[in-house]
Design a binder for this molecule. Structure first.
Ligand SMILES: Nc1ncnc2c1ncn2[C@@H]1O[C@H](COP(=O)(O)OP(=O)(O)O)[C@@H](O)[C@H]1O
Ligand SMILES: [Mg+2]
Length: 342
């Protein structure tokens, strides 16, 4: 981890609100994290914790209205994306920061050939000619492991399998050699063998291009396989952050422990074939139920009086490892549980 150099992506104190007829609700409550070139940061948490809204806020692609960013900054190489005009932001998206989504069919255009979708991005951002774009598209399809790319470039998305479509999405995302790639649950819709292939592909491309990868997942197994560092989100906040091994071996937040406890002694294939959803009793609160206090308290075995009063800040647990829990604040840190080795 190259924490001595300035981060490529620096998200600080990001707040996102939804304003509807029911009033205002906080979707993100001061989310901060940094990613360096060549590093993989995983954002993990159950469905509804704010992972996708975090990535959409970075890209400025959240629904607005009802969404509104009320505080924070998103610095890419020092430049705050939140201050850019929309045309300037369009030049960044798909160019310096790219994103891949869970469901390739929702982001690939069904009436455009694969070649045209790849080519548009290349021609828009890199001002390539039609012929150059086609040649580069074939090269990209080959790089993401699509067989016979010279033929498949003229196919439509529906002619491809789910795994092939996700590879095309990755090719589209990588077309302009983005400095940062955000992958939001990129393998959730795919079967386990294809999941493993996509992870291998992401790792290989990252190693080759030095891309900073933000991988969003609800799967602790994917975290242990992919991440250099991890942030755990709950209720629109970062509740724990640290190096992967530290967080997985010595999780400090009761929520992280809950996520990990559901994945005992995972190794290799077993990790990939296990259902990813953890079984922590209770449910993620909706943004309307958050109120004050720690969002996890209703499900937390250590919940005590202070937990209802205010949400705790992140506190140091060890070097480069922090967690937001009143039990840590009080010094009544529960003994670390045995986690999964990274
Ligand atoms: N269009 C929307 N309208 C109202 N609430 C929404 C909308 N989209 C997301 N949310 C809420 O925002 C919160 C965060 O959602 P999201 O970032 O999609 O979670 P995750 O990706 O972690 O599953 C959730 O509580 C979700 O219900
Ligand atoms: Mg999501």
């Amino acid at each position: 981890m190259s924490t001595s150099s300035p981060p490529l992506l620096d998200v600080a104190g990001l707040r996102l609100e939804f304003r509807t007829s029911r009033g205002a609700a906080s979707v993100l409550n001061g989310v901060s994290f940094q990613v360096h070139a060549g590093e993989t940061l995983c954002i993990v948490g159950e469905s509804g914790c704010g992972k996708s809204m975090t990535s959409l806020a970075i890209m400025r692609l959240f629904p607005a209205p009802p969404g509104r960013i009320t505080a924070g900054s998103v610095r890419l190489d020092g430049e705050d994306l939140l201050q850019l005009s929309e045309p300037a932001m369009r030049r960044i998206r798909g160019n310096r920061i790219a994103m891949i989504f869970q469901e390739p069919m929702t982001s690939l255009n069904p009436v455009m050939t694969v070649g045209r979708q790849l080519g548009e991005s290349l021609r828009l951002h890199l001002a390539m000619s039609r012929a150059e774009a086609r040649a580069r598209s074939i090269e990209l399809l080959r790089a993401v492991g699509i067989p016979a790319p010279e033929a498949r470039i003229d196919e439509y998305p529906h002619q491809m399998s789910g795994g092939m479509k996700q590879r095309v999405m990755i090719a589209v995302a990588l077309a302009c050699r983005p400095a940062v790639l955000i992958a939001d649950e990129p393998t959730t819709a795919l079967d386990v063998t294809v999941q493993a292939q996509i992870f291998d592909l992401l790792r290989e491309l990252q190693a080759r291009e030095g891309t900073a990868l933000v991988l969003i997942t609800h799967d602790m197994g994917a975290v242990s396989e992919m991440a250099d560092r991890v942030i755990v989100m709950y209720g629109g906040r970062v509740v724990e952050e640290g190096r992967t091994r530290d967080v997985l071996e010595r999780p400090a937040h009761p929520y992280t422990r809950g996520l990990i406890a559901c994945l005992p002694e995972l190794e290799g294939e077993a990790r990939r074939t296990r259902p990813p959803l953890p079984e922590i009793p209770g449910m993620v609160p909706s943004i309307w139920e958050l109120g004050t206090g720690c969002a996890f308290r209703a499900r937390c075995p250590h919940a005590a009086e202070p937990c209802a009063r205010a949400a705790p800040d992140l506190l140091p647990v060890a070097d480069h490892h922090r967690a937001a829990c009143w039990a840590l604040e009080a010094g009544t840190v529960p003994a670390p549980v045995q986690g999964v080795a990274a």
